[in-house]
Every structure is written in structure tokens, then in C-alpha cells.
Design a protein around this ligand. Structure first.
Ligand code: NAP
Length: 283
């Protein structure tokens, strides 16, 4: 099967490496000639071009450009696709994308791999990024079942675990486990950096170990992606941020009141809840 990848960055490049390793022929389309050349020399694609006509003979296209560029990217490539070509995207927010693209292309299946790193661009692409990771597909009532089966088959070949849900369910769920954590983690880093005593700040930096490394990781990721999550999933992100603020205020209150018993109860409950939450995530 011939597969097209549009946007050869972290996700597009990683998809290309995996798909080629599974025997697919991969055709890349990117806006910059330099990216095309780098993609060919890194073995991410079999062929690449700045001309969307390169997608004329592919059966499936993965749109891997930033969220803000997905709509324009699809508009740009559609005239060059055969009518049976199945389009899918990897955008981190689904409702606005699915709403915009579905009327433009019948064979469109929204998708989102739950995998990434703090880096961006082709240089960050890596083999096996999607192995054992969740990969969400969000078909709607009008999506042809054959298109869904084709995308599912390709995604399964990456070693990912496929989940289905509605676009709005996806956006609410990822707000809790992906978009809110980015903002919370960014807030944590900002709060620490605002320590006014420079000696204390320097000491904190030296003492920072695995706990701070874990909790600050996603706040130190790709800034462009964080802004896109907030812009395109604004309502759900605000909803979860307000709930988080409520939880923080409740914790502040318990500490101010020196209500150690209630605090212990709450921490016991989160201690028990976390493994259960993460276990059910593995399905
Ligand atoms: P990335 O590494 O920055 O790659 C984006 C690619 O798109 C680059 O190769 C760039 O091409 C191209 N591009 C940038 N702006 C463009 C524009 N205006 N028009 C056309 N092409 C453009 O980003 P990424 O992390 O792979 O993210 C890509 C998509 O994956 C996003 O929709 C994001 O929501 C989704 N996603 C990201 C993650 C993650 O953790 N990073 C996880 C899951 C899904 P040039 O090299 O030619 O400049």
C-alpha cells in the first residue's frame, strides 16, 4: 500500500519511519525542500516533494501539520487526490478538525496518536514511537466504514492500541489527561522560577530530582503545541482548569485549617486512585 504523509515533523517523521519498516511505500509532502531532502536521507520516506501531486497515487494520507494548518493543508492537497483516497489526521484536538474536514472529504477519519516527546521537527522523529500507545479514531455517522477499517489496519501495524470515541468525547478526555497536565506543569515551572531569593532558587535547582523531573516534563514541551491545545480545545481546557483550581483551593484550605486528618484521607484516596486510573488506561 502507498501512504502519503503531509508535514514531516516529529509525528509525521515517526510515522514514516515505522510505516516504511512495515513495508509500506511512503510519499512525503512538505512545504520546504530542505525538509523533503532531510526526510529522504533519514529514511523517513521513499520519496518527498514540495509538490502535492506526489500524493496522486497513494491510498491513505496522514495529515501531520500543526493544528492551525490542517484545514489549509487539506484544501491544498484535495485537488491532487484520487477520489478513493482515505484521509486521516493526527491533530491533538478532534471536534473542530472533524467538523471542518468531513464536509470537504467523505473518506476522512479523524485520528490522534497518544504519543510524543518534548521535541519537535523531523530531527526528533523516532522509530516505534507508537508501539503500545493508545491511538484514538473518531469517525462520525457519515464516515464510510471501509475508510475506518483501512485507517485502523494501518494504525494497528504501528503496534498502537486503537480506541474509538466521538470527537467531543475525545476532546473532553484529552483535556483531563493531556491538555490540563501541560498547563498545570507549566504553572508549576513558572511558580518555581518566581522564587525571589536567588540562593534558594539555585539550591532548589540543585536538589531537583525525579519528582520535579516527572511533574515538570510536559510543561517543558513544545510551546506551539501547548498554545494550539488551548486555542482549539478552549472550552474543555477551561472547564478542567477551573475544576483543578477548585481542587487546589480545597487543598490550600485543608492546610490553612491544619486539618491533617482530611488531608491524609484525600492523599490516601489519590494514592489508591492513581494505579487504578493508569491500569484502566491500558484497557
Ligand atoms: P512538528 O514536529 O512541529 O512538525 C510539524 C510539521 O509540519 C513540520 O514538518 C513543518 O514543516 C510542518 N508545518 C509547520 N507549519 C506548517 C504550515 N503552516 N503549513 C504546512 N506545514 C507546516 O509538530 P508535531 O509535534 O509533529 O505535531 C504535528 C501534529 O501532530 C499536530 O497536529 C499535533 O497536534 C499532533 N500531535 C502532536 C503530538 C506531540 O506530542 N508532539 C502528539 C500527538 C499528536 P517544515 O519542516 O517544512 O517547516
Amino acid at each position: 500500500m502507498n501512504i502519503g504523509i503531509v508535514g514531516l515533523g516529529l509525528i509525521g517523521g515517526s510515522l514514516g519511519l515505522d510505516l516504511r519498516s512495515h513495508g509500506y511505500q511512503v510519499f512525503g509532502f512538505s512545504r520546504r525542500e530542505q525538509t523533503c531532502q532531510q526526510a529522504i536521507s533519514r529514511g523517513v520516506v521513499d520519496q518527498a516533494s514540495v509538490d502535492p501531486a506526489i500524493l496522486a497515487a497513494v491510498q491513505v494520507v496522514f495529515i501531520c501539520t500543526p493544528l492551525a494548518a490542517i484545514f489549509n493543508t487539506v484544501e491544498q492537497i484535495i485537488p491532487h487526490l484520487s477520489t478513493n483516497t482515505v484521509l486521516t489526521d493526527v491533530g491533538s484536538v478532534k471536534s473542530p478538525i472533524v467538523k471542518a474536514i468531513t464536509p470537504m472529504w467523505t473518506n476522512f477519519v479523524g485520528g490522534h496518536p497518544m504519543a510524543g516527546t518534548a521535541d519537535s521537527g523531523l530531527a526528533a522523529a523516532q522509530l516505534n514511537l507508537f508501539v503500545l500507545k493508545p491511538y484514538v479514531l473518531t469517525p462520525v455517522a457519515t464516515t464510510p466504514t471501509q475508510a475506518v477499517s483501512i485507517v485502523e489496519k494501518v494504525v494497528r501495524s504501528l503496534g498502537a492500541t486503537v480506541y474509538y470515541c466521538r470527537p467531543d468525547e475525545h476532546d473532553r478526555a484529552v483535556s483531563w489527561i493531556s491538555h490540563l497536565p501541560v498547563m498545570v506543569s507549566a504553572g508549576l515551572i513558572t511558580a518555581c522560577m518566581n522564587e525571589s531569593d536567588l540562593n534558594v532558587l539555585a539550591l532548589a535547582q540543585k536538589l531537583a530530582s525525579s519528582g520535579f523531573r516527572d511533574t515538570s516534563r510536559v510543561g517543558g514541551g513544545n510551546p506551539e503545541l501547548g498554545v494550539m491545545m488551548a486555542r482549539y480545545n478552549k472550552e474543555e481546557l477551561l472547564r478542567s482548569l477551573h475544576q483543578y483550581r477548585y481542587s487546589l483551593e480545597a487543598l490550600i484550605n485543608l492546610i490553612e485549617q491544619e486539618d491533617w486528618i482530611s488531608l491524609e484521607q484525600q492523599l490516601k484516596s489519590t494514592h489508591l486512585a492513581r494505579p487504578h486510573f493508569l491500569e484502566s488506561d491500558l484497557g
